[in-house]
Design a protein around this ligand. Structure first.
Ligand code: ZN
Length: 446
């Protein structure tokens, strides 16, 4: 029951999950999250907890366990952590990304921050509660979910569409947040309450083939595509200031003039052009604009053939409240007179999602964090990435991204580690998170 047990418990479970290397490259046979489902089930052994496994295709297993509450009117809380990780480029790492090295109180490895540390620390709290025979009023569900990193087809999407009764809750907590931001009045702990909508578009440009030795007055799809790429990359729709961004920036306690500029739709883009640090500038832009990143171009057939087809894949991230139809209208505006030369294919068009921070669960989070991190304050955060939380928010279930981190690894480091090299977490953060989950369950469900 002592504090060091929580820390070493969480550390060892995290290292095991890292070593299981459930690398999800987006192909159906990758991930093989069954390894981490097995590890979690082994970790829970002897607690008396019962398990359910849901497998959408071979190896893509999610694990559910629950502690049933005594009062049907009390809330149900779902703690959800994904068990897969993204691929690595090992040559960029200082350590083996799948060894789970523990060096000087730091665990290294793919998934250490995205998000096996949360998946592991949630499990630590659940096991501690189960072992002591905790009998809550409300119900606690733990879900180790597959396939977050490729959009949840074999995980959260599958479960919410096909087995909603198994994961239905009044509240959900998953990644990410809780990396402390120092400010004059005290530490701020961001809770992710909203995310942008993933809208991937393929722009197909057509031309007329001909002999590469006579390019004069030809209709070369690649030349048209170059201008399409330029227009899309330089396009910025009118800025909007989401409430979550306004509140977040205000809580950073920046100089008053800067706060005003970053929350003014007429000035935010200009301000971001020269803002330092660059990470904040990118965030300011992405949190106030629907963004367009042309990231993949394929086309042309042979060096001596005038290109007749080029496809440009654009990663569009829509602000919450911006519909896929509005995204297409923005693309049309970006393309201008070239719009008629481009066919838009839409492999994916999703709305963003948002949750209020004005809920009983958020109140419980406030109580618990103010004890664990004296003087701290939770603040809302809009994330530019996508998480499994969206599947629950779309169903009207308030869903947050949170964990609790120490200040050992500065908050400015975290954005670099997500899907990047040298992902790592300090063991004090593991202790803080596991302690926080346990306290939160007791406070909110007890
Ligand atoms: Zn993640």
């Amino acid at each position: 029951m002592s504090t060091p047990d929580i820390e070493s418990d969480a550390t060892e479970l995290l290292r095991t999950m890292i070593r299981n290397a459930c690398v999800n490259d987006g192909t159906p046979a990758s991930g093989q999250e069954v390894r981490n489902a097995d590890a979690l089930e082994a970790y829970f052994a002897g607690t008396g907890l019962a398990f359910e496994r849901h497998t959408s295709s071979p190896g893509r297993t999610s694990l559910i366990t629950r502690i049933e509450g005594a009062d049907p009117k009390a809330p149900t809380l779902l703690l959800m952590g994904h068990t897969d990780v993204v691929p690595v480029n090992a040559s960029g790492w200082e350590r083996d990304p799948f060894a789970g090295d523990l060096v000087d109180g730091i665990v290294w490895g793919r998934g250490a921050t995205d998000m096996l540390h949360i998946t592991a620390t949630m499990a630590v709290a659940v096991r501690r509660l189960a072992r002591e025979g905790w009998k809550p009023r409300g119900t606690l569900i733990y879900l180790g979910v597959a396939d977050e990193e490729a959009g949840g087809t074999h995980g959260a999407s599958f479960l919410t569409e096909r087995h909603l009764d198994k994961v239905k809750a009044d509240y959900v907590i998953t990644e990410s947040g809780g990396v402390p931001i120092p400010a004059a009045s005290g530490v701020k702990l961001p809770v992710t309450v909203a995310e942008k909508g993933v809208n991937w578009r393929r722009l197909v440009v057509r031309g007329t083939p001909g002999h590469g030795s006579m390019p004069f007055r030809t209709d070369n799809a690649l030349v048209t595509a170059a201008e399409v790429v330029r227009r899309v990359a330089t396009y910025n729709p009118k800025a909007r200031i989401p409430d979550e961004w306004r509140e977040y920036v205000t809580e950073l306690e920046l100089p008053a003039g800067l706060t005003a500029a970053l929350t003014d739709p007429a000035r935010v883009l200009d301000t971001a052009q020269t803002l330092e640090p660059l990470g904040l500038a990118r965030m300011a832009h992405a949190c106030t604009h629907t963004t367009f990143a042309p990231n993949v171009v394929t086309g042309g057939s042979k060096i001596n053939v005038i290109a007749d087809r080029v496809a440009i894949d654009v990663d569009v991230r829509a602000l919450p409240g911006v519909s896929p139809l509005e995204v297409d209208a923005m693309l049309k505006e970006a393309l201008g007179d070239l719009a008629s030369r481009v066919d838009i294919e839409a492999p994916r068009g999703q709305e963003g999602s948002r949750t209020s921070l004005d809920t009983p669960l958020a109140d419980a989070l406030r109580r618990v964090t103010s004890v664990l991190v004296p003087g701290s304050r939770i603040i809302p955060r809009l994330t530019t990435g996508a998480t499994d939380a969206r599947y629950f928010r779309w169903k009207g279930i308030p869903s947050y991204g949170f964990a609790l981190h120490s200040r050992r690894i500065p908050y400015t480091e975290y954005p670099l580690m997500f899907h990047g090299h040298n992902e790592r977490i300090d063991t004090e953060s593991l202790r803080l998170s596991a302690t926080m989950w346990e306290a939160l369950c007791r406070d909110f469900l007890g």
